[in-house]
Design a protein around this ligand. Structure first.
Ligand code: AMP
Length: 366
């Protein structure tokens, strides 16, 4: 299985033999001066020349936005390509890259089946009350205004791994999954089915992220436009690229924020506090959505590597059965709650590419 994650100027790839990684890498700055390749076609052709693809079963593509149409991984046809193209207005920053990757891979490997695996699909089980906003329903229908959610392959993978860690059948495990990377999102998963997630129509809402604001009062946009005279594109750029930790502390990398906070930097301290407060609000909300929670699982760059973030996010929740063992937490152990705690707190490294490979196999019935 070859897994491709194509962005507008990059290609992340991983070649699997079963669960084993045979090759992996990143082609960067495609189309830019001094970049790794002039365009996606050249980048993928060179890549395919380098890899041994003699017994390739399929190519799995990460596609960020599947809209309402794609609720599961789907074998690529001309019609699927056209439908992903129609979704570009909903994901102008993300879907064009995936689409280019699919088109080029189909051209280069015409006899190999291709599967589209959507970041949104895992969230298709969220009930209507969890995806609708209280806005004019005609506008909502016409323009697809609703929550879709993202990072689905990660939430799916880590919730399943958490059930395994708990020694419970997936259908019986209620898990809050916290994907804290450069992008970040939280999900409430009941018995393997997602019931709530923090990202919305786009990956901008919810938690505080590296450069994205997360939740804001939408009136802020009108105010910046009317009172500040900022064009909409600039406001979008500000909220997506100069928000989050970058907006509050001037640094998008949690490592830098933590170092500066430890040195007493006031902006970094405040950025950390806002980040943690938002995380706590979502954890509390998802405890209420699920009612009974078996586990809280941290994953992705920050979630897997930042004990201070995990400890702060769960501090004060002991009355709810949530405790962190400081030694296990420091060691980034798989389970960081004490033995016998009512809620198991886990650290599960995410494996989005493996999940895409497995999803592709499932879609093809392999
Ligand atoms: P990801 O998007 O999952 O690759 O996560 C990337 C982010 O993880 C980086 O921007 C860092 O902020 C964060 N990160 C990686 N390693 C550490 C670490 N040791 N401590 C805190 N944050 C980390």
């Amino acid at each position: 299985m070859l897994v491709l994650n194509c962005g507008s100027s990059s290609v992340r790839y991983r070649l699997f033999d079963g669960d084993e990684v045979r090759a992996k890498g990143l082609i960067q700055r495609i189309g830019e001066a001094g970049g790794d390749a002039g365009d996606h076609l050249t980048a993928l052709r060179d890549l395919m020349d380098r890899l041994d693809l003699s017994d390739l079963a399929a190519v799995g593509h990460r596609v960020v936005h599947g809209g309402e149409r794609f609720t599961e991984s789907t074998v690529v046809t001309d019609e699927v390509v056209a439908a992903v193209e129609e979704l570009i207005p909903l994901a102008p920053l993300h879907n064009p890259g995936s689409l280019t990757g699919i088109r080029v891979a189909r051209k280069l490997l015409p006899d190999v089946p291709q599967v589209a695996v959507f970041d949104t699909a895992f969230h298709a089980t969220i009930p209507a009350e969890g995806v609708l906003w209280a806005v004019d329903r005609d506008l909502a229908r016409r323009f697809g205004l609703r929550r879709y959610g993202f990072h689905g392959t990660s939430h799916s993978y880590v919730s399943r791994e958490t059930a395994r860690l708990l020694g419970k059948p997936l259908a019986e495990a209620n898990v809050i999954t916290l994907h804290l990377g450069n992008g970040a999102s939280a999900s409430a998963v009941r018995g393997g089915r997602c019931e709530a997630t923090s990202m919305g129509m786009t990956p901008l809402s919810g938690l505080v992220m590296g450069t994205r604001s997360g939740d804001i009062d939408p009136s802020l946009v009108f105010h910046l436009h009317r009172a500040g005279g900022l064009p909409l594109d600039e406001i979008e750029e500000s909220l997506t690229r100069h928000g989050g930790l970058a907006g509050l502390a001037g640094a998008n990398d949690m490592r830098e924020v933590l170092e500066r906070r430890a040195a007493g930097d006031a902006d970094a301290t405040l950025a950390f506090d806002v980040y943690i407060r938002r995380l706590k609000e979502y954890i509390g909300s998802y405890l209420a959505v699920l009612g009974r929670v078996d586990a809280i699982t941290f994953t992705a760059g920050v979630g897997e590597n930042a004990p201070d973030v995990r400890l702060a996010a769960l501090s004060g929740l002991e009355p709810l059965g949530i405790t962190v063992d400081p030694v296990r937490n420091r060691e980034n152990a798989l389970v960081i709650s004490p033995d016998g705690a009512p809620v198991t707190v886990c650290v599960v490294p995410t494996e989005e590419e493996l999940e895409i490979a497995n999803e592709s196999r499932r879609a093809l019935g392999l």
